[in-house]
Design a protein around this ligand. Structure first.
Ligand code: SF4
Length: 318
């Protein structure tokens, strides 16, 4: 059984004037225990909104539909009542920008202890001991638990945010741009830490990022999102070397290669507005392979093998 399965997930936001923004437009994802899946795409494509919906953490202006199956149970079905017992204990999240994850006036340790106590896992001395253990797990001395967030460096805060997310031993971790705003050396350390922890703890992880090299390094599979939908899913190798969707190919072509092989080209134009309905393929105004049916008809789902899928009219690859 999958550690996490997301089926036909939709998110709408209410806008002034009775309009709606359809931020996530029916995505499907499946994650095996211990698997690391990259969720990639340009800013505003719906990546963060999708994982916030999986955690039940969207504001009241959002409406969510679809299924989020955790160990076979649909945790979206009964709203917050069904979500609450699973949030942080079975599915946890590392937020973008570790400074925002911590209350500046509380010690780091007390904020890691809080979910342990709330979930009834440990309290008092046992909770402090577990907090020290969690900090050690991410490479921070347990003695630092009485320090405040501003006494930690950016990299340490990010490690502590990971420790906080792991406090209740979740089975699924959603990591939202966990290395953004960190210098390259610290980025590499955080990535290494996430890979080690998922391997050691059998934790399934969705890594949300716009950084394709990061995904290629850390994940075996990836899903490429465009305008609220999944454009293509496959192994990172398939997406890099045999993409089915032109958007995936153009994303890789827009990524600088350190070895200097291949020219870098940007993707022209901008993604479509999500508060207006789209006819046909949402990528068609920017696509260098667009042809007659693209602007008129919603692209079908094509497959090039088990698990390698794309929504595109093209047959035979991008
Ligand atoms: Fe390009 Fe057409 Fe495929 Fe859309 S359906 S990505 S426009 S080829």
């Amino acid at each position: 059984m999958s550690a996490l399965a997301v089926e036909d997930l939709h998110v709408w936001f209410d806008l002034p004037g009775g309009r709606e923004l359809h931020a996530v437009q029916g995505i499907d994802l499946a994650l095996e225990p211990g698997e690391r899946l990259g969720l990639v795409g340009e800013s505003g494509c719906g990546k963060t909104t999708a994982i916030l919906a999986m955690m039940g953490l969207l504001p009241p202006s959002a409406s969510v539909a679809g299924r989020v199956l955790l160990g076979g149970e649909d945790i979206l079905a009964g709203g917050d009542r069904t979500m609450r017992p699973h949030r942080w204990t079975d599915i946890a999240m590392v937020f973008q920008g570790a400074m925002n994850a911590f209350d500046p006036v509380k010690t780091v340790g007390s904020q890691i202890t809080e979910p342990l106590e709330r979930a009834g896992i440990a309290s008092g001395r046992a909770a402090r001991a577990r907090t020290a253990e969690l900090l050690e797990l991410v490479g921070i001395s347990g003695e630092r638990q009485d320090r405040y967030p501003h006494e930690f460096s950016g990299g340490m805060r990010q490690r502590a945010a990971i420790a906080m997310a792991l406090a209740c031993e979740p089975k699924v971790l959603l990591a939202d741009e966990p290395t953004t705003a960190l210098d390259v050396m610290v980025q590499a350390q955080i990535l290494e830490l996430l890979v080690r922890l998922t391997d050691e703890l059998g934790l399934a992880m969705i890594l949300v990022t716009h950084d394709l090299p990061l995904v290629s390094q850390a994940c075996t599979r990836a899903a490429v999102m465009y305008a609220g939908r999944i454009a293509e899913t496959g192994t990172t190798r398939e997406l890099h070397h045999a993409p089915l969707h032109p958007y995936t190919r153009m994303l890789f072509q827009a990524t600088p290669d350190l070895r200097g092989t291949g020219a870098v080209s940007s993707i022209p134009g901008a993604p479509p507005r999500l508060d207006e309905p789209t006819v046909g393929c949402p990528f068609s105004p920017r696509c260098d392979r667009a042809f007659a049916p693209c602007a008129a008809t919603r692209p079908p789902l094509r497959t090039a093998g088990t698990g390698h899928l794309a929504h595109c009219h093209l047959e035979g690859g991008a």
